[in-house]
Design a protein around this ligand. Structure first.
Ligand SMILES: [Zn+2]
Ligand SMILES: [Zn+2]
Length: 267
């Protein structure tokens, strides 16, 4: 098993020590664990998020690189980061990540039109079509960012906290835009992330099944698995559900990232 997306205490919203996560991952039999804490550079440009503490990059990389070395004979540790995309934050990521040795960078959209799409206020003023469409436009834009990234985080994230009676993210509602995103991910040689922090029982992972099937139809192969665990007990959560789904739809591999190179892991 592998997990390419997790958060430790270096993220403002996790209290889990990286060493405890690694020990847990070893006990669960993982061969690879990436720790990809939040780098929310975009929030430093939005005054209403002043209260959200920013990652200490020097400490993050120093600690993870030391742990990677310490555990190298037992488990492969991916030193990672999750960048919160916003066009105006491009130069922050370009400049501040320079010089740090990362294995995997996840590019994720959390803010849309300068608003946090995790907050109810984002949905209050938009129809479902507008809310999801604007999110997808931001994801499409994020693919062209100038900094190095490897996987596209949790496509469909906007639906997690949506307040509509049916919050399902339907491919047909935004088919052209989703196709454009998937084709661009493929053309750029990036991975699409399957994030097992989904939308509950009916949708255990993101992107939704129909979007993953479409990705395959378009020739997509590179996929990462990320639990998005903020607690060690969620590491590799729903891995078997995802693996069964992928195998039944013709996918044979997931990918882990070492020094930004995708390495196939047989399902
Ligand atoms: Zn995220
Ligand atoms: Zn995350």
């Amino acid at each position: 098993m592998i997990d390419t997306h997790t958060h430790c205490t270096h993220s403002h919203d996790s209290k889990e020590q990286p060493r405890d996560m690694i020990e847990y991952a070893i006990a669960r039999g993982l061969e690879y664990l990436a720790i990809t804490d939040h780098f929310d550079g975009e929030l430093t440009l939005l005054p209403e998020f002043d209260n959200i503490p920013q990652i200490d990059l020097a400490r993050h990389f120093e600690e993870l690189i030391a742990l990677k070395e310490e555990y190298k004979d037992t488990i492969e540790i991916g030193v990672g980061i999750e960048c919160g995309y916003m066009k105006e934050a491009n130069s922050i990521y370009l400049q501040q990540l320079k010089g740090y040795a990362t294995d995997i960078v996840i590019n994720s959209v959390h803010t849309v039109e300068y608003e946090d799409c995790y907050l109810k206020s984002y949905f209050d003023k938009r129809s479902k079509r507008q809310a999801y469409g604007a999110y997808l436009e931001a994801v499409r834009e994020s693919l062209d960012c100038p900094y190095v990234y490897d996987s596209v985080g949790h496509l469909g994230y906007v639906a997690r906290k949506a307040v509509y009676p049916d919050k399902t993210f339907y491919y047909a509602d935004h088919a052209d835009l989703i196709d454009d995103i998937l084709k661009t991910v493929i053309a750029k040689g990036k991975s699409l992330e399957i994030n097992s922090n989904g939308l509950g029982e009916t949708c255990p992972f993101l992107p939704t099944a129909e979007i993953l099937i479409r990705y395959k139809e378009l020739g997509g192969e590179l996929l990462t698995f990320g639990s998005d665990a903020h607690l060690k007990a969620r590491i590799c959560d729903k891995y078997s559900i995802v693996a069964e789904f992928l195998k039944s739809h013709g996918f044979e591999y997931l990918f882990k990232y070492i020094d930004h190179k995708p390495v196939a892991v047989k399902l």
